[in-house]
Design a protein around this ligand. Structure first.
Ligand code: TMP
Length: 219
């Protein structure tokens, strides 16, 4: 598999769905297959992006409205693509990203009950990423109550302060879930929805199966 063309794989989902753990496991699996793979995330995949992340995920939940958030996430995305994702793909590396543009659509468009104009959102995508798209997007789906419980527990255990989104009402999280499922329905070629309300091992097994089938890897 070494030397194959680079692939861009994104993991998406609501709070506490286990994306970060699965992104790490997937990266380790691909590296074990001899595929040069880097793991990154949005927001904050670059040093500049980390500054934006700080602004975005901490503090009062109402400090930015949906439009301001879109612009900040897209600023992070532009730097991420230019400085990290595109150069890595150009060197035939695989890139696993813990969140990408579907998160903006789910959080800032569906989550806020469509307070951003959809055409504007698409325009921002085009300006920042052009025709570039992930080769595969894994959407980790679970009931929001389960995810919220998981992420608040984790935040408590790790004394994490990135709680701007976790502190929103359940309705927001239901909207998010609906948003991710709508995206998957609209782009079935790119997106695969997986039930994340299961064990870490079982979800990893399902992800590996999808990857092996889609990219013809013999694990
Ligand atoms: P994380 O906790 O998965 O690293 O993501 C940080 C937070 O940022 C999470 O609550 C989701 C949110 N987010 C958006 O609202 N829009 C976006 O475009 C991205 C990438 C993340």
């Amino acid at each position: 598999m070494n030397g194959s063309k680079g692939k861009f794989i994104t993991l998406e989902g609501g709070e506490g769905c286990g994306k970060s753990t699965q992104a790490k496991l997937l990266t380790a699996y691909l590296q074990k297959q001899g595929i040069k793979t880097i793991l990154t995330k949005e927001p904050g995949g670059t040093p500049e992006g980390m500054l934006l992340r700080q602004m975005l995920v901490t503090g009062d939940k109402d400090k930015f409205d949906a439009i301001a958030e879109c612009l900040l996430y897209y600023a992070d995305r532009r730097v991420h693509l230019q400085k990290l994702v595109w150069p890595a793909l150009a060197q035939n590396q695989w890139v696993i990203s813990d969140r990408f543009a579907d998160s903006t659509e789910a959080y800032q468009y569906y989550g806020y009950d469509k307070r951003v104009d959809f055409a504007t959102l698409q325009g921002l995508y085009k300006m920042v990423a052009g025709d570039f798209k992930p080769d595969l997007t894994l959407i980790l789906d679970m009931p929001p109550e389960v995810g919220m419980r998981r992420s608040l527990l984790k935040a408590e255990q790790m004394a994490v302060k990135e709680l701007r989104f976790e502190s929103r009402q359940i309705e927001f999280h239901n909207n998010l879930r609906r948003g991710f499922l709508e995206i998957a329905k609209r782009e079935p070629e790119r997106c695969v929805v997986l039930n994340a309300d299961t064990t870490v091992e079982e979800l990893h097994r399902q992800i590996v199966q999808v990857i092996e089938e889609k990219f013809n890897i013999n694990g």
